[in-house]
Design a protein around this ligand. Structure first.
Ligand code: PLP
Length: 372
């Protein structure tokens, strides 16, 4: 059975059982939502034209026309058939992964994948292969061995972030997509840190690499560059239909507020045309990284997340504190967020940082590491 057949068969069974789910717009007097005190409707009195509460699951009274608008904008932005809003990136990843992957399926994941990917895999109880960070040879070894087992009905997946959250490096997405294709695996990409920042309209690394047709699903959060509450999953219409019916992380949680949807509409228009900010972000990154290396500091990665590995926890914390005393809010990242012995300063560069400040920070980082 192909993955496509698996999904359509399941959906047909649900229809036959009368358990098929789909969104419906609210109408009539509300005896459905959990807005017990009627507070959600106060938003009208405060001259907002949309409610500040989701009031119920998206499958009940939590669905509103604004989400159709947001999701169709997202789908066309990403050049995909469909998008599905979720309440957060964590929930989106855990829900997506635990819904798509079944016991017996096999998943190759980068060893540095985010905690919510790991938790999704735990829930899925599938077989797992951790490949060394961005190591295409190691990934191919795993894929080849699994493809040779060739067990019918068992699906293979590859899971990776596109810009790693603690390492600031970019994944070789095109190569990974080609490997996944070659060995009959489905690719899922976490674009949490790249959405808004890459490609002509900021759609992310998948768009920049031109590999959307090779991606089964991608996860994007509003919580990072978009500065919005919520997150979303991009993929085919069938994927969306399947998740709407099977994803517990969508079905059993209160929908995002329609007021949040209005923010999404506004911000999505802005981000797509804001290539100036994207250009400044990448220019600032180049400047800061150049200033660091001029001072003998070897930062990891290549992107606007700039990790300076210190090693042990205490000196990393001390360096961060000395930067904070000088007015730079830089934090130390320690295990379990990063592997043992790789505690680091994680410096996040923004488009609106001014060059003089970046240069001063580079000097302060160098000093903070030479103090002990
Ligand atoms: C932040 C993050 C998430 C979770 O997104 P939220 O919207 O904050 O829950 C998922 N994956 C990666 C790689 C992240 O950095």
């Amino acid at each position: 059975m192909t993955l496509h057949e698996r999904w359509t068969t399941t959906l047909d069974q649900l229809r036959a059982q009368g358990r098929y789910r789909q969104f419906a717009l609210p109408s009539g007097v509300d005896f459905t939502s959990n807005d017990y005190l009627g507070y959600a409707k106060r938003s009208h009195e405060t001259r907002m034209d949309v409610s500040r509460s989701g009031t119920a699951s998206r499958l009940l009274r939590g669905h509103h026309a604004i989400w159709d608008e947001v999701e169709s904008t997202l789908a066309s932005w990403h050049g995909a058939e469909a998008a599905l809003m979720m309440t957060s990136g964590y929930v989106a990843n855990e829900g997506l992964i635990s819904t798509l992957m079944e016991p017996g399926d096999w998943v190759a994941g980068d060893e540095l994948n985010h905690a919510c990917i790991v938790d999704g895999l735990r829930l899925a109880r599938c077989r797992r292969f951790n490949y060394r960070h961005n190591d295409l040879n190691h990934l191919e070894e795993g894929l080849r061995a699994e493809a040779e087992r060739n067990e019918p009905g068992r699906q293979r997946f590859v899971l990776t972030e596109s810009v790693f959250s603690m390492d600031g490096d970019k994944t070789p997405l095109r190569e990974i997509a080609n490997l996944a294709d070659r060995y009959g695996a489905y690719l899922i990409v976490d674009e949490a840190h790249s959405t808004g920042c890459y490609g002509p309209t900021g759609a992310g690394c998948i768009d920049e690499a031109g590999i959307r047709p090779q991606v089964l699903a991608s996860m994007h959060t509003g919580g990072k560059a978009l500065a919005l509450p919520g997150a979303y999953i991009v993929g085919s219409r069938l994927l969306k239909e399947y998740l709407t019916n099977k994803c517990r992380h969508l079905i059993f949680t209160t929908a995002l507020a329609p007021a949040v949807g209005a923010w999404w509409v506004k911000e999505l228009a802005r981000v797509q045309s804001d290539s100036d900010s994207r250009a400044r972000l990448h220019e600032n990154t180049r400047l800061f990284r150049t200033e660091l290396s001029a001072r003998g500091i070897q930062a990891g990665g290549t992107e606007y997340v700039v990790p300076v590995i210190v090693g042990e926890d205490a000196p990393a914390v001390a360096a961060a504190m000395s930067l904070q005393k000088q007015g730079f809010d830089v934090r130390a990242i320690r295990p379990p967020s990063v592997p043992l012995g790789t505690s680091r300063l994680r410096i996040s560069i923004h488009a609106d940082h001014d060059p003089a400040t970046l240069i001063r920070l580079a000097g302060a980082v160098a000093e903070s590491l030479h103090h002990d």
